[in-house]
Design a protein around this ligand. Sequence first.
Ligand code: PLP
Length: 412
Amino acid sequence: MKLPFVSLDKLKEISQTYSTPYHLYDEKGIRENARNLYKAFSWNKGFKEYFAVKATPNPSIIKILMEEGCGVDCSSYTELMMAEMCGCRGDDIMFSSNATPAEEFKKAAELGAQINLDDITHIEFLENICGIPEKICCRYNPGGTFSIDNQFMDNPGEAKYGMTREQMTEAFKKLKEKGAKEFGIHAFLASNVLSDDYYPALAAVLFQTAVELQQETGVKIAFINLSGGIGTPYRPEEKANDIFVIGEGVRKKFEEILVPAGMGDVAIYCELGRYMLAPYGCLVSTAIHEKHIHKDYIGLDSCAVDLMRPAMYGAYHHVTVSGKENAPADHVYDITGSLCENNDKFAIDRQLPKIDIGDFIIIHDTGAHGYAMGYNYNGKLRSKELLLKENGEVVMIRRAETPEDYFATLDF
Ligand SMILES: *Cc1c(COP(=O)(O)O)cnc(C)c1O
């Protein structure tokens, strides 16, 4: 059974100050999870998590993670600005972009961010903008398919990111000639993976590549960035990852591959987004309509502009009718938003307890890639974001959009 982190009593209390819909984040859960990640990788001296800002671009959330020792991973101009506002500089920032506009490299260089080059042609592109920094990272794409124990995980050969193995060697040589002194290697081969074997398998590929690159080019490899990809159990029957098993798995590969090559001082980085935040956020809405035609529908006061994943990927998000956690799930509903798009459904044919108008409907695991993916189709305005603090207090960390926001870019 999947239970929300917030009770009906708490939602009633919140409703005296803030109306639905809103995304609610759980500070306690965020902090505990981040601490466990750092514990699981405490064997590595330079370990650092660079939270993928795109997952939850809110300074209040980023600051919590910074207090737990995290940096940020940015890939756009405004994400860099947000990092700057949060007080991130230099080694607090990874800039892992692709098809990068010149002004974004310029901003990243201004902040002293660690720049991760997505392509070999970006060496000259970057050099012409701001010169080659002493510390630089290259993104690797091994191509083909990525499997663990013959189980297909993802298809890097079809992914637009990174450089081929040959290009990695050439890039490191070029960068060294141009004055780079410390190197990083990055790869992101599979997304939302529910397997404790993914990070160790990815680490083995990157560690082996690092040893080869150091031998071939003589550069000093300072860090290896395992990027994002650790998944979240969106479905109640799915098993959560065990970060301690993952950390230990990566440590074993480190001891097997890097230590014998004299590379025991390499720092491990990651850029987790979903794993850091998804379970610690939910979208709280109110059931405002009930409709019975060829199927039974519940209409909410939120819609796909607040959470796009179901419409975009057909993604499953668990739904709880607050206060009815233990009631029998003896009704079948489609839970919908109000867009003029039939894919605006948070759940289809979902077995749930009887829903009454006015019930609080909690959509789980929206803490990452939830609010962040929002848009304004149909002129719908995005919801607010609230933070449930460790002391139980609830604060607004982003107000809802207003019609003035919607019209602000128009000139008429
Ligand atoms: C999206 C992204 C991440 C975070 O991915 P998650 O699946 O949320 O862990 C990390 N690094 C890069 C470069 C990304 O694009």
